[in-house]
Unconditional design. Structure first.
Length: 134
């Protein structure tokens, strides 16, 4: 009897844990003003390199090295990190991407204090554009 109870409890735990990890991100509305904000910096070897360095330091642990949402910390999150290579994400405006990185939500931390220089976040946006599926 004790074995049956233990198996049942273990099964319920595994099912619950599976649902937590597998949750897809909810829609993330961005204020219109933020969405329409253009990136004041142009894509260049310098901005891509700067963005890549910031990505490696701050983003890859959750979003993965190539932006697929498969980073080493992804399994610990209650919501699966977004796949940044998809057409739906890549079709978002630079302003929307800047807003999301800056403000954060739920498992996605806000970077406005970690990266107080807005140029750093814009460099990240420029780098994220290089992650699109080819």
């Amino acid at each position: 009897m004790k074995v049956l109870i233990l198996i049942t409890i273990s099964g319920l735990f595994l099912i619950t844990a599976g649902f937590r990890v597998g949750q897809q991100p909810k829609p993330w509305p961005v204020p219109e003003k933020a969405a329409k904000t253009p990136n004041p910096y142009k894509s260049s070897a310098e901005t891509i390199s700067a963005g890549k360095a910031l990505w490696s330091q701050h983003c890859s642990s959750c979003h993965g090295k190539t932006g697929l949402g498969d980073g080493t910390k992804a399994a610990q999150l209650k919501t699966q990190p977004e796949d940044l290579t998809t057409a739906s994400l890549q079709s978002q405006s630079d302003g929307s991407m800047f807003y999301k990185v800056s403000e954060g939500r739920e498992d996605m931390p806000s970077f406005k204090k970690k990266l107080p220089d807005a140029e750093d976040i814009w460099d990240l946006v420029i780098y994220m554009r290089t992650l699109k599926k080819k």
